[in-house]
Design a protein around this ligand. Structure first.
Ligand code: NAP
Length: 470
């Protein structure tokens, strides 16, 4: 806070645990709304100097931060695996992928441009300026403890806004490490502040109601996003929301089945199924259903569950007991309604929060796993008979984040690509996330976009300036 390490005002701390081993990694300050107010004041004090700094200089500081994240990628990845559980290779991929946003927005800082209007009268000239919105509150989840922070903080800083970050209770260490590196990069005191807390709601309420905060950027569940949006309405803050998903993955009968199996396995089980763009519902055409299932279950058999710090592990534990119980209840609901677990279906022998990679067949749309975000290593598979049916079911959800489909028919690529009501649609691939694309959702999956040329707009105000009497 304000460039200093600070304890919680009331002296409280909480432990950060390794979900794979249950060991404590250390403690961090357990901050309250009063501490959040201090962090907001520090950011407010930093705003005039930071926003007035020439764009080129802000860009250079962001570039130094990017270099330091890259230099320390192995340590940051080890820390991330320790507090979050994902395999080291995935953790390093997240750190480097997150750093790419810092590099991107270091460049974008120099490209914030307004407009000059054609004169409407001879005595007047009119321009449109882009100005930083002010202090930003950033609330982030535990499933991407590093990249969700860089995605918000780097465009905010590039635009000239200081930030107050509230990381998830389970994963505050990655946030603190990134803030330390920002400090070492020379980003001035008060521009990046982190408030760690075990009671997210108190600090979240402060960030979403304090009038000094002019922009709230949140990534997390749809339920909390709705609450924050309503809390932010009293002070009419700008809000960006990256919320939950219910990604369909459609396999048509002309699809490259090997490609579809590879993509579905990767995008279902990455991060143990705990990403917002993870495949939530596999939908396979009846003509290729048996062939697909044979190859998909064989691919699932190759997954290696264990501590993400160990070599060869592909699938770590779930983040906590709550996550485990949610997965268990969705599987038992499906099985009670007639689904069959052809792989997995129960807690893993490793104990703790480990769960077996699971494949459910005979899935019906009325099962809870079809309409709710599973956030675990469970693949429900539904058999469809026509393109219309597949698209109708894929869209029959309040969510609209990511969708996938496999087909070789060029006409269908366009038809289905346009018909899916999702912010991000991937055809014949499941790899599409990078800093140059606009990440975000339709419907209840969110508001706004992160990354790309659009990402910085979220942190800018548009001002009309009219000069008369010429
Ligand atoms: P979450 O429970 O909504 O928590 C997200 C953040 O909000 C955490 O920092 C949490 O703090 C805080 N929080 C919780 N309750 C709050 C409240 N009442 N007021 C203010 N802040 C509050 O979500 P999660 O379980 O961490 O993350 C998983 C969800 O995030 C999934 O739904 C996933 O789809 C979504 N997600 C979306 C994207 C995207 O880009 N669309 C990316 C990643 C994840 P505590 O940790 O202290 O509870």
């Amino acid at each position: 806070m304000g460039g200093e390490w600070a304890p919680a005002g009331n002296g409280g701390t909480f432990a950060v645990n390794n979900p794979a081993t249950g060991e404590s990694l250390g403690t961090v300050p357990d901050m309250t709304a009063a501490d959040a107010r201090q962090a907001i004041a520090a950011a407010e004090a930093a705003f005039p100097e930071w926003s007035a700094m020439p764009a080129r200089k802000r860009s250079q500081l962001l570039r130094k931060w990017f270099d330091l994240i890259q230099q320390h990628a192995d340590d940051l990845a080890a820390l991330l695996t320790g507090e979050q559980g994902k395999p080291h290779a995935e953790a390093k991929g997240e750190v480097l992928g997150g750093a790419a946003y810092v590099e991107w927005f270091a460049e974008e800082a120099k490209r914030i441009e307004g407009d000059v209007l054609s004169p409407q009268t001879s005595s007047q000239r009119e321009v449109i300026l882009k100005q930083p919105v002010g202090v930003v509150g950033a609330i982030t989840p535990w499933n991407f403890p590093s990249s969700m922070i860089t995605r918000k903080v780097s465009p905010a800083l590039a635009a000239g806004c200081p930030v107050v970050i509230k990381p998830a209770e389970d994963t505050p260490l990655s946030a603190l490490a990134l803030a330390e590196l920002a400090h070492r990069a020379g980003i001035p005191a008060g521009v990046v502040n982190v408030v760690t807390a075990s009671h997210g709601a108190d600090v979240g309420k402060e960030l979403s109601t304090n009038p000094t905060v002019r922009k709230l950027s949140f990534t997390g569940s749809t339920a909390v996003g709705k609450l924050l949006m309503s809390q932010a309405s009293d002070t009419v803050k700008k809000v960006s929301l990256e919320l939950g998903g219910n990604a369909p993955f459609l396999v048509f009968d002309d699809a490259d089945l090997d490609g579809a199996v590879k993509a579905a396995t990767m995008m279902k089980f990455i991060n143990t199924g705990q990403t917002c763009i993870c495949v939530n519902r596999l939908m396979v055409h009846e003509n290729v259903y048996d062939a697909f299932m044979e190859r998909f279950t064989a691919a699932v058999d190759y997954l290696n569950v264990g501590n993400g710090a160990e070599k060869g592990v592909t699938t770590g534990p779930l983040i906590n007991d709550k996550g485990l119980e949610k997965v268990e209840s969705l599987v038992s609901d499906a099985v009670a309604k007639g689904a069959k677990a052809v792989r997995g279906g129960k807690r893993h022998d490793l104990g703790g929060t480990f769960y077996e990679p699971t494949v459910l067949t005979d899935v019906k749309p009325e099962m809870a796993c079809f309409g709710n975000e599973i956030f675990g290593p469970v693949a429900p598979v539904y058999k469809f008979s026509s393109e219309d049916e597949a698209v109708r079911l894929a869209n029959d959800t309040p969510y609209g984040l990511a969708a996938y489909f496999f087909t070789k028919d060029a006409g269908r690529m366009w038809r289905v690509g346009e018909a899916l009501e999702y912010g991000m649609v991937a055809c014949n691939t499941a790899r599409f996330v990078h800093e140059a694309m606009p990440f975000g959702g339709f419907k209840e999956s969110g508001i706004g976009r992160e990354g790309s040329k659009y990402g910085i707009e979220e942190y800018l105000e548009t001002k009309f300036l009219c000069m008369g009497g010429l």
